[in-house]
Every structure is written in C-alpha cells, then in structure tokens.
Design a protein around this ligand. Sequence first.
Ligand code: CTP
Length: 229
Amino acid sequence: MEQPADIPGPGSPAGPPLRVLVAVGPTHEPIDDVRFIGNRSSGQMGLAIAEAFRRAGCTVTVARGPGVPAPVGAADLRFRTAADLLETLRSAWPDHDLLVMAAAVADYRPAGMVSGKMRREDGPVTLRLEPTQDILSGLASSRTPRQFVVGFALERPEELESSALAKLERKRADAIVANPIETMDAPDVDAQVFLADGTRRAPGRMPKPDFARWLAAEILPRALARRGA
Ligand code: CTP
C-alpha cells in the first residue's frame, strides 16, 4: 500500500492559496411537505477531503447537504435538493480554482411535489420521477482553462474501471475518484483515481481521512499547475 504522501504547501511561493470548493453529502428530493427521497451518504469522505485541502493551506468552501455537520475553518454553504446544489455551485464556482464534487446527488426527483402531507387512507400512490440535471458535467463544461474538476463515482467492483473511465469522458472531469459501492457508510475506502491525462492511481485500502490526505496531495499540484502562479 502506498503511504499518503506529504502534502505540498499552498503552491508557488508567490501565488495565493488555491480556492477549493467541495460539495458533500446527500440531496433530499421532496415528495410532500414531510417526506423525501434521499440516500445513505454521510458526507464523511467529502468533509475529510475539505479538511485535507484546508490543512494544505488552501482556502476552502464546503457546500453541504442535509445531516452533514458544519465544516471547521471553511466557508459553509447549505443545500437540500439537487436544484439547490446546482444554484449554489453555479454562483460559487467562478470564485474557485478547484471543484471536488463528492456530493451524492439524486439522479431522480419526484416530478411534482405534493403540498401538505399525503394520507395513507387515500390508497396506493405511484411516484413519477424525473431525472435531475447533471451538475458536475454542466460545471465542468463551463469551466475556464484555469479551473480543475474532480468527480466521484460509486461503482460495482466488476465495472469500476470501465464505468469510471466512461464518466471521466462523459462528464468532462479532470479526474474521477471511483469507489466500490461498499465504501458508503464504511470507515475505510479502497478507491482508484482516473485522470484525464491517462494516469491511474490506486493507493490501496485505507481509512477515509488518510485517503483524503493522499488525494489532496495528488490533486493539489495538478490544480496549481492548471491555475498558473
Ligand atoms: N453528479 C452530478 N449530478 C447528478 C448526478 C451525479 O453532479 N445529477 C455527480 C456526482 O456528484 C459525482 C459524479 O457526478 O461526482 C458521478 O455520480 P454518479 O451518481 O456515479 O454518476 P451518474 O451520472 O449519476 O451515473 P450512474 O448513477 O448512472 O452511474
């Protein structure tokens, strides 16, 4: 297993700190006023990544979903739905150099929210779902040549590589961090990172905070080189 490398400082001695935007946690898509469609993301991995970049001297903004604790030493933005997240990131992204899209965004949301509370005595219900917008792909497409974009992918182990490579291209990201599905809720991670320059890195299984430091050390020099001094 590779040891987490030392994290470089905030970059070229004269340059300002890298501005990092990290999206973490689940989205909640409302069904009615009390129910929602969510997912099991705890935001643990994303918060650890935000902390690793902060410790490396970066200026960090965290956009966090429901149930994710407040970050320490970072600007704090909140979102609930995929649509909120899109709006939040659209307005924050121009002031950042690096996006780490670790949020577990719902792929589908109820096509129409019912106001009030649905009653059981009304009988069976069919929910019609519509796809949400692909936030990562939209932000990656609209980035400037100096901005760097990292996406995540949660995959079945047998298709981890093929699916991650397909997402790298489809979403126009600079890197995809691919995790096997078992990673969700687990204290450890066994991720592989696929970069748009063809590099592939697999640091082995490790606790999430160690992986976060390893990832920051991998990405920081690349994002700094992209930004320029
Ligand atoms: N993502 C996003 N907007 C969405 C869905 C996902 O920005 N509506 C982002 C996630 O934050 C992640 C990356 O895209 O960084 C991959 O998410 P994933 O759910 O694995 O990919 P999907 O495009 O939803 O593909 P699928 O679920 O079919 O594998």
